[in-house]
Design a protein around this ligand. Structure first.
Ligand code: DX5
Ligand code: ZN
Length: 261
């Protein structure tokens, strides 16, 4: 294949990265201002970290905040449930105005995994499954064919501002391979934890589509500039991967999943 063909194929398949700032790093006394800042900066989603103090040590926000967010913005809400028993509380979240609902694989046993996906889909939300850094990708097998998104945690869940776990990009590549193997070519892969200008290229080249940015966005002197930089670096890495400069473990390009809205 000629260089021009490879180049054209890369351009044709290319879908820009989506950036999802995490409001865990926002100023809660001025949350509306921070949401407006995210909109102006070109965020694709609002990432909402729900923590219960059991599944993770931290305790953050819940349904009342999600209801308020739904009224405050048209951006889709990407709700990351870090709670011990999601099936018990899922209905509250499904009725609160979430767009994507992410449950953790480690909180669901046996048939519960299918039940959680069924309930999210029946409620008209998009189902996603998250994996802690030590959770193997094989746990995705029963449901990966009908997931909207897989969230690869690149830090231990619980806190923003942690350092990216090296090697998380290999897990992203493994999820991308699994999705291709079952024919779920629209599956989005989101990466959460320690993502910023220095790390986005690694995971984007491996096949990630959605980047959660907490501290890299809200702690930046110019958050809009920071978001643009993350997207530019990530897009450059995706394009290079599509054009044949292979990423980790033979990854040869993102899957070109549909945008969330
Ligand atoms: C951690 C949360 C993350 C966190 C990301 O458990 O799931 O979404 O807010 O923060 P940064 O981008 O600062 O690592
Ligand atoms: Zn998160």
């Amino acid at each position: 294949m000629s260089f021009l063909t490879v180049f054209q194929r890369g351009i044709a398949m290319f879908k820009p990265l989506q950036i999802a700032p995490s409001i865990l790093s926002a100023d809660f006394m001025h949350l509306a201002d921070d949401i407006a800042l995210m909109e102006r900066a070109g965020a694709a989603l609002v990432h909402v970290d729900v923590m219960d103090g059991h599944f993770v040590p931290n305790l953050t926000m819940g349904v009342p905040i999600i209801r308020q967010l739904r009224k405050a913005t048209d951006l889709p809400l990407d709700v990351h449930l870090m709670i011990e028993n999601p099936l018990r509380q899922l209905d509250w979240f499904l009725q609160a105005g979430c767009h994507v609902v992410t449950v953790h694989a480690e909180t669901l046993y046996g048939a519960e995994l299918d039940q959680a996906v069924d309930r999210i889909v029946e409620a008209g939300c998009l189902p996603a499954l998250a994996l802690r850094p030590r959770t193997p990708v094989e746990v995705l097998a029963p449901v990966i064919g009908r997931l909207h998104m897989v969230l690869v945690m690149s830090v231990e869940p619980g806190f923003s501002g942690q350092r990216y776990h090296e090697g998380s990009e290999l897990k992203v590549a493994a999820v991308a391979r699994m999705a291709r193997a079952v024919g779920n070519h629209d599956l989005l892969i989101e990466v959460d934890g320690g993502i910023g200008p220095a790390t986005v290229g690694l995971v984007a080249a491996a096949g990630a589509d959605v980047m959660v940015c907490g501290s890299a966005f809200f702690d930046a002197a110019d958050p809009a500039r920071a978001l643009a930089e993350v997207r530019e670096r990530g897009d450059a890495a995706r394009l290079a991967a599509l054009q044949g400069q292979e990423g980790p473990q033979g990854f040869s390009g993102p899957k070109g999943g549909a945008a969330c809205r």
